[in-house]
Design a protein around this ligand. Structure first.
Ligand SMILES: Cc1ncc(COP(=O)(O)O)c(C=O)c1O
Length: 421
């Protein structure tokens, strides 16, 4: 049995007929949809969402699932049905949220470089909060809202200079990062604009990074934001919410990991100092464990020094995280194998040396046509896929209550070329 910490039971487990997702044979799914394919467990998403919701049940809170982690419509609808709201990072993600059934007031809109068109769109829809990244952006929102005869609901994203102790490429709360305004400037920015008629300040926002594995940086972010919210209250800027962003990590390697109850225990004492409702924007912690990318071995080779490669039919075009940040994903053969485990380099088919899923990973013998599952790929997997090498986007399948459905079909060359003249 594969477990990663005491609170998480992974949906992909070996059964009598090979790897299963919540009891459904992975092989039988890919026999129908082909490879590569993403397979997600609905129950894993529900469990992960509820674990966060339960952890914060003693405090007024709203979970705005971060669509950037995985915004496939069916998953967005599933989260909506659970009571989630949405965090969108582009006009496209706002549109996905609305089409999935979220109301505009369910949506917070974050993003480092929002275009004028995106701001107009968010203002016109009257989203719950536009999380502004700079004083200049706040002023542009004010001007555009005034021109549209509207009042924009806004929050300011603060950069608290806190080290999330995550991978540098997904740390966003340090002064060296491009995100938000310096903490010492935030109070003045609010004060200078509190009488602007086309702005309604509803919150403060922070997001210090992703795949955060310890509670202390999250506690410090909550402490900083609560202190700022209290100062703003003194300045006559009462807020509706404090938005702590996302960032909760998951156990990719099966090591002990911060769980939602520990996260809540760390931040709630800070939040209670102001007693303002909290907004949370988890992405990875909601969908990360739910997915696997199932691929077929298309070539196997061995160098004279003994190094062995298994080349898959998926690569950085389907799952970019290993090439982008050297991230670790567990890899399992779909059919049970009795052979001894030896080191394998598991690689993709793309002509880039970074197109590697795992180096010297202990695996049983792999042969051409074998199926393997790359685990914990529900977050930042399918959403980051590309058509590089004119490869088609893989299909996505959702397993729920013993049956499965294709929630996004495989892209075809005609889909891709339809955009070209
Ligand atoms: C503003 C914001 N909110 C939420 C998230 C979701 O983060 P995570 O998936 O780590 O929970 C991100 C991701 O980087 C983000 O940039």
């Amino acid at each position: 049995m594969i477990t990663c910490d005491s609170s998480v039971q992974l949906p992909f487990q070996s059964g009598a007929h090979g790897l299963e997702c919540d009891g459904v044979s992975v092989q039988s799914i890919v026999e129908s949809v082909g490879t590569p394919a993403y397979i997600y467990s609905a129950s894993a998403i529900r469990d992960a969402y509820r674990a966060i919701d339960d952890a914060f049940s003693a405090y007024p809170h709203a979970i705005h699932y971060a669509l950037k982690a995985n915004s496939t419509l069916a998953l967005a609808r599933l989260l909506k049905a659970l009571g989630s709201r949405a965090d969108a990072n582009s006009a496209g993600e706002i549109e996905v949220a609305l089409r999935a059934g979220f109301a505009p007031r369910d949506v917070v809109f974050t993003g480092v470089g929002k275009t004028g068109a995106e701001l107009d769109y968010a203002i016109a829809r009257d989203v719950n909060a536009i999380n502004a990244e700079s004083a200049g952006e706040l002023d542009r929102i004010a001007d555009r809202a005034r021109a549209a005869g509207r009042v924009a609901r806004v929050a300011l994203r603060v950069n608290p200079d806190i080290d999330a102790r995550s991978h540098p490429n997904i740390s966003t709360g340090l002064r060296s990062n491009k995100f938000g305004v310096a903490l010492q400037d935030a109070r003045g920015i609010y004060r200078d604009r509190r009488d602007v008629k086309s702005l309604q300040f509803v919150g403060v926002h922070v997001h210090i990074g992703s795949q955060i594995t310890t509670a202390e940086p999250l506690r410090r972010a909550a402490e900083t934001l609560t202190t700022l919210a209290l100062e703003l209250r003194d300045d006559g800027v009462p807020l509706e919410h404090v938005d702590l962003g996302g960032g909760l990590g998951i156990a990719y390697e099966g090591r002990p990991m911060i769980v939602p109850s520990e996260y809540a225990a760390a931040v709630l004492p800070e939040l209670r100092r102001a007693n303002i409702p909290v907004v949370l924007e988890p992405g990875r912690a909601v969908v990360g464990h739910s997915g696997a990318l199932v691929s077929r071995v298309v070539d196997v080779k061995q160098y004279p020094d003994g190094r062995k490669f298994a080349v898959l039919d998926s690569g950085m075009t389907e799952l970019m995280r290993p090439a982008l940040y050297g991230s670790f994903h567990r890899i399992l053969p779909v059919s049970p194998r009795q052979t001894a485990e030896t080191p394998w380099d598991v690689v993709g088919p793309i002509c880039e040396s970074s197109d590697v899923f795992a180096r010297e990973r202990l695996l049983p013998d792999l042969c051409v046509d074998d199926l393997v599952a790359i685990l914990d790929t529900g977050a930042y997997g399918a959403v980051m896929a590309s058509n590089y090498n004119r490869r088609m986007l893989a299909p996505e399948v959702l397993v729920d209550a013993g049956s499965w459905a294709v929630i996004r079909r495989r892209q075809t060359i005609d889909d891709v070329l339809a955009l070209e003249s």
